[in-house]
Design a protein around this ligand. Sequence first.
Ligand code: SF4
Length: 83
Amino acid sequence: MSQAIADWNDAAACKGRDTSVFFPPTVTEKKEDRLLREAAAKAMCQGCPVKDACLADAMTKRDFNGIWGGLTEDERRALSRLT
Ligand code: SF4
């Protein structure tokens, strides 16, 4: 891991917090539960000082699992089609 990546991870708003809301559960999730979970994750991302770096890293790695940089898997897939 590069120093730059380590640095942004250190400043992450989600560091040390419950990050289970960033990923879908292993069991079937109702739509309303998914929307609540995603909203909780996005709220954490909203004021994150490293949001842009987090999103850029997920896009570079083509990591489409979970919420990164304030975007869901589907939102990042859509973004990847535009770039
Ligand atoms: S943007 Fe969201 S997922 Fe990324 S480091 Fe910040 S809080 Fe965590």
